[in-house]
Design a protein around this ligand. Sequence first.
Ligand SMILES: [Cu+2]
Length: 471
Amino acid sequence: MRTLPLFALLTACATTPDGDTTDDTTSGGAPEACAWEAAPDLDPSPDVVEVEFSAGMVEWDPGNGKPIDGLGFGGTVPGPRIEVTVGQTLRVRFHNDLDMPTTIHWHGLRVPEAMDGITQMDHPIQPGETFVYEFPIRDVGFYWYHPHMDTATTLEKGLYGTIVARAPGEVRPACEQPIVLDDVLTSRATGQILPPGTEMDKIMGRLGNILLANGREDRNVGIKAGDVVVLRLVNAANARHFDVGIDGVPMTLVGTDDGFLAEPQTMDRVALAPGERAVVMFTAPEDVGGELVLMNRRVHLHEDGGGETHMSETDPLGDGENAVMRFTVLDGGTGATWTPPAYDLPPAFTAGAPVHSWVLNEDMMGGTVTIDGKSWPDVPTVTVPGDELTTFEIDNQSIMRHPFHIHGNRFEVVAIDGQPVEAPAWKDTFPMMPKSKITIVSQLDNPGTWMLHCHILEHAEFGMAGLITVE
Ligand SMILES: [Cu+2]
């Protein structure tokens, strides 16, 4: 019998009985604490984490004094933070208080097919119904959850939340801050989220006019001078690709979608396509009272890795950099450091002969987006044996970026345009550049029929989605 890890006890003490996270707190005044505050575990067994929440209407202040009539899990945007350890079972008692049928997809987690929210699309959770999701946690990492129906509308309105899956015995950093990056397109007059857009939006993806960190544009998190700060970042935007950094503060990337890196990488900026995650750390400066601003730089969705733009596009935020959130340096630092757990680190896979090459494209004349020349749901299923290292290619023949996401099975990118990728990383979502091809290797040890799709939500809904059956 496993014992309850100390950090789980600490977490249980730090949360409120009604399961609210601090995400709905006002951030205009004193900085909020840097903390991962998890939803309370309702099951006393050390082997099970049970949480309970609903999806419903939420009036939510994005920080500009104009509350949004939005949607949320557990009454907040983002929804409850879930904390589990590899080897535990996660049980989520979910009530649908929306006025539409829905499902939850556990983005990146290798769950059984029936829990993935996809096959459920044929028999969704109806308004007023309850469904219990339950599955074992297999992999360490930073994950998120969101509906897998009407995604472009429901995610824009605020339906998303985060999950951390810790290694057994993982020591938590003193300052660990999840940050859900998002943008929403609002009416300047009313502050309300504008209705789903035009046919052009379906091709171009919908970009917002305000940037949000954990649902607000005025987040201010306190960090202690000289201490290490660990950020868990996820991009929950419909189409916006984020490129964030803090001027003069280098960051060390220690984790990607589905786990930690064998070799951390120091960088000035972190790029995140919709659906991607990153775990980064930096050291807070010593000047108490100082302020750091996390800035986002515009990413052109029709620009390739070499800086060539294939088509002009407009961004409601313009061409400059925009603030995402602030950090205020407080005293009381203890020189705290943190070493990420060396747990299930990605091995160096070698590519074999690809068993399939998925081709992503746009049909401008037909006004659609395609995988292998077809649009969902009229797509052929690729069937492959399970439990084998399997090589695939993804060939983006279009002039636009497409973040490519596979459900149910993690992978490594081993080559980009034929050039080997030296540092292995566990991924489930990868930002495909225009006119580029990648080679991936997956273990395929989770049998089932899985969706694969572009994570620009307008593209996924508009047809850039396919299926793979792992036998
Ligand atoms: Cu796309």
